[in-house]
Design a protein around this ligand. Structure first.
Ligand code: BGC
Length: 349
């Protein structure tokens, strides 16, 4: 009896031990890893303004590229307010964008946006305008903006090798404005030094506004009793303002003036003869390059096309710089119209 009892105790103990072991085995079984969530690219687009026709084109092209490729795109326009742009970008970060395409309103203030993007793990493309003074610019995609100025300066000094010049430059908050002027002055300054050209007005156009340009030109004409032979206007919008001031004095078409952006209104003025030239920067190519770069960065691959660098005051930023083209009456058909950027029927209206 006693022996039977002991046998039962031993048996139960063994059974208990085995079941504990079995239990352990179950608990130690590897839990299956969660299925990987395929992360999809989400792009944020932050533009400073839609004041110029070109920005509408940039926006439309990027929107089309993203739609064609099934990429989610969130767009914000800052209406030329740097603080608005910053809060709009913060909002894009919280909405989970992976890449920000940023055309800054204020080149220096926007460093905060880039630094915050970096902290949030968002890659930034400085789009058309470079963000200055940050160690976190990922890439700069633009045109060769010094060359834009060289094209303007070359055309103007060829049209007016001697005489009084009015020099207008773009918004002081926009780094491009400095680059355009630098390029233009590299051609104009030697003629000033020679004494052939006299600069009788030299002013930036705050916020690139045509009405500000018009006022500057009205004052310059008054101060110089209309004795001005050449005008450097940094873009088509400001050229339009200057041409209104000229028209009020019966001088439209008589004073050679530059431009930039290939706006339809400027193309029409070129064929009519009230504006001498514009600079064609194909925003379709710029938009395509930005979306392609966003995809490449999201895939964690190097940007093979960023073969140049531009210094932002803190670092050399890897850059993709497209080629700008000077457009005059002579080549407008072969450039703007042949490329489908503008329609012949609209230009020659
Ligand atoms: C752009 C020009 C534009 C200007 C005003 C510059 O940064 O490069 O194309 O006309 O801003 O928006």
């Amino acid at each position: 009896m006693k022996r039977t009892f002991r046998a039962i105790v031993v048996l139960l103990t063994v059974m208990l031990f085995v079941s504990v072991l079995a239990g352990c085995k179950t608990a130690a079984a590897p839990t299956p890893a969660p299925a990987p969530v395929a992360q999809k690219l989400k792009i944020g687009l932050s533009l400073a303004t839609l004041q110029e026709e070109r920005w509408v084109r940039d926006k439309d092209r990027i929107t089309k590229d993203c739609a064609d490729q099934g990429i989610e795109l969130l767009t914000q326009i800052a209406n030329m307010d740097a603080a608005t742009q910053e809060s709009q970008c913060e909002n894009l970060f919280t909405q989970g964008i992976n890449v920000l395409i940023l055309a800054p309103q204020d080149a220096v203030a926007a460093a905060t946006i880039v630094d915050k993007a970096h902290a949030a793990g968002v890659k930034v493309i400085s789009y058309d305008r470079l963000v200055m003074n940050t160690a976190n610019d990922d890439v700069y995609i633009s045109f060769d903006n010094v060359q834009v100025g060289v094209l303007q300066g070359t055309w103007l000094t060829t049209a007016v090798p001697k005489g009084n010049y009015a020099i207008l430059s773009g918004a002081p908050t926009d780094n491009n404005a400095k680059l355009f002027k630098q390029g233009a002055m590299s051609i104009i300054q030697p003629l000033v030094d020679k004494g052939d050209i006299k600069i009788v007005a030299d002013q930036p156009v705050v916020e690139w506004k045509p009405e500000n340009a018009q006022k500057i030109m009205e004052n310059a004409l008054t101060a110089n009793k209309n004795n001005i032979q050449g005008i450097l206007a940094p873009n088509d919008g400001t050229a339009g303002g200057c041409i209104q001031a000229l028209a009020a004095q019966g001088l439209a078409g008589k004073v050679p003036i530059t431009g930039q952006d290939a706006e339809l209104a400027a193309a029409q003025r070129i064929v009519k003869g009230t504006q001498g030239m514009t600079v064609f920067k194909d925003t379709r190519m710029l938009g395509d390059a930005a979306v392609e770069a966003a995809k490449t960065m999201f895939a964690g691959q190097p940007l093979a096309k960023a073969t140049q660098t531009v210094n932002n005051g803190t670092m050399d930023v890897p850059s993709i710089l497209l080629v700008p083209i000077a457009v005059t009456k002579e080549n407008i058909d072969a450039t703007l119209i042949a490329s489908g950027y503008l329609l012949k029927a609209d230009v020659y209206k």
